[in-house]
Design a protein around this ligand. Structure first.
Ligand code: TMP
Ligand code: ASP
Length: 245
């Protein structure tokens, strides 16, 4: 596979075109940002770790019948993916109250939600990725009503599968963000990545509210030991995958 030109550079990944117009190469970076890129830093080894974790999770999801953009991972920090048109939506699924849900509602951090909450945010850095209502999303024509329903169902299925998978890792899946795209046949595929950058992951055996954090909140909140936490998540994912095979 020969790699052509840089197509797009985001905060955590660079996308390159390849000789196949249906295939892109995603290069995962060590760069870390938070609070709409107001906070910037580097998490050493993050590119490889997030690419490896995402690759494993996409493979597991594919085996579970969820269609994703993942093709393969030709090197530790690179993923070959199907070219999709990303819908400008950040789809957040929450099982336990944390982050912006607590800031905006006053719910206490750690409160178990009676049922998973699926939320849509507008993927627009200039506007600060605002929370959308279904009506606003439809008004803005960011997706069709059928796509919203399909995404909601997929997000809940993915949550059910991933919650179980992370449980096998001794990790509690608090919340996470998904992105979806449409391929050349208008087929809806799960895209982007699933990693400690995009999930809140708490060490189930640890009660301390700071020590239990195994995700990007360590970077966002300056909790330290960021690299160690990401590495530990990868080791647990690899162990869980191995024990399944
Ligand atoms: P929030 O509580 O800040 O809204 O975040 C919810 C989840 O979404 C959390 O797991 C982190 C993830 N997330 C992203 O992946 N990208 C983002 O830009 C933000 C704000 C959150
Ligand atoms: N996506 C956020 C940013 O724009 C980072 C985050 O909080 O996850 O920097």
């Amino acid at each position: 596979m020969s790699v052509h030109s840089k197509l797009y550079e985001g905060k955590a990944k660079i996308l390159y075109t390849t000789d196949d117009p249906e295939v892109l190469l995603a290069d995962f970076k060590d760069d870390a940002t938070a609070f709409n890129a107001q906070k910037r830093g580097t998490i050493l080894g993050k590119g490889q770790i997030n690419c490896s974790i995402s690759s494993q999770l996409f493979k597991q999801l594919e085996a579970h019948g969820i269609k994703t953009h993942f093709i393969d991972s030709p090197s530790p920090n690179q993923m070959r993916v199907r070219s999709v048109k990303i819908l400008p939506l950040e789809v957040v699924v929450r099982n336990i109250a944390a982050g912006s849900l607590c800031q905006q509602t006053g719910l206490p951090v750690g409160k178990l939600l009676k049922q998973p909450l699926v939320e849509f945010y507008y993927k627009n850095d200039q506007l600060g990725d605002p929370l959308l209502t279904r009506d606003r999303l439809l008004l803005m024509e960011l997706a069709t009503p059928e796509q919203v329903d399909a995404i909601t169902n997929l997000a809940l299925q993915i949550n059910q599968f991933l919650s179980g998978f992370w449980q096998q890792c001794g990790i509690t899946l608090v919340d996470f963000k998904l992105e979806f795209g449409l391929d050349s046949q208008q087929q809806l595929l799960l895209a982007d990545e699933i990693s400690p950058d995009t999930c809140r992951l708490w060490n189930t055996a640890e009660a301390d509210p700071n020590r239990r954090v195994m995700d990007k909140d360590r970077f966002r909140r300056d909790l330290g030991n960021v690299e160690d936490a990401y590495q530990e998540v990868l080791q647990r994912v690899l162990q869980a995958v191995e024990s399944k095979n």
